[in-house]
Design a protein around this ligand. Sequence first.
Ligand code: MET
Ligand code: ZN
Ligand code: ZN
Length: 414
Amino acid sequence: FTELESDQVARFQEYLRIRTAHPSPDYAGAAAFLLPYAASLGLRTATLHFTPCRTKPLLLLTWPGSDPSLPSVLLNSHIDSVPAEAERWSHPPFAAHRDPATGRVYARGAQDDKCLPVQYLEAIRGLRAAGFAPARTVHISLVPDEEIGGVDGFEKFAQSEEFRALNVGFMLDEGQASPTDVFRVFYADRLVWRLIVKAAGAPGHGSRMFDGAAVDNLMDCLEAVAGFREAQFGMVKAGERGPGEVVSVNPVYMKAGIPSPTGFVMNMQPSEAEVGFDLRLPPTADIEQIKRRLKEEWAPAHKNLTYELIRKGPVTDVAGRPIFTATDESNPWWSVFEQAITSAGGKLSKPEILSSTTDSRFVRQLGIPALGFSPMSNTPILLHDNNEFLEDKVFLRGIKVYEHVIRALSSFKA
Ligand code: MET
Ligand SMILES: [Zn+2]
Ligand SMILES: [Zn+2]
């Protein structure tokens, strides 16, 4: 590595060591790292707040273009991460340990998505060093709370006067790693709902066999959901659909039992039980059909099951259409982006629907095109997983890719 490259990896590690994981993300620590970093590159910086407590800053970094009348380019990244089960990691999740043999940097957020701001900023450093000046203004937004739905983050930002004033023409946001050597790009996200099913039932002695116990009723629900899940997953396994093109429904928590000082009472059947599901739908999926299934098959009232289905975020754009960004000649930003990847020596896979969900949905809802892209090729998909890592060489290559991408997007004149 050159001295610059070693410094770039070191800055990535420094950012990863700031504990921005939920449930108590250190947003102040992240701001104290990112704002002076951006200022040292000559960017304008601003901090926005959308909560009265002002503990959830949204950082806005700006590289002014020579023609401010042109719509701007926005590069987004969320500051927060999901939690980590430290004892199950081979390296501590906030140490950002770099394995000298493989170059892997291990940390919560290494892929999702704390590589991005450092790559954006280092690409700008490279472009400035090369004497490049953008025609369009380039903004970087670093937002709180993406992992918990974005309610106090991008959702409020997208509705704000400050956002409108940016006159955003196109946004790039996080994508997902690619296990092969092509880069993946995403034109839509799945819609995210949370589903909670509660079962009631007759309590009784742990030894007694009877029908209609709460856990028994809940198991009927789980079985019905499992059948549906298997059919959806089957289409992915058979290669008929991409992982973003089916409905996923996965149990993420279960609650039942009567607590005792040593755990749970073993000889009583409880009168309540509960399960939470992460439910995701492709933008064109029929939610009414899912609701019918829920009422009739997954959580029928006659089995003493009740449910709550809560939508997280918008489902259609300003014109009432499913939220997605065009990846054909109708969207000039698409070809500029595609050509920039080629000029960087990269290859793109066929545009996909992201299986997870990002802040892009709030921008697409406004009718502004947005693509999900994280330049991580030859990398296993480890977001929200244990031992999340990104290889130093892959991280550094990403900086070069963004140099091409930012150069092209900010020079593009319609
Ligand atoms: C609950 S909104 C989405 C949060 C996160 N990005 C996910 O896809 O799980
Ligand atoms: Zn993310
Ligand atoms: Zn995530």
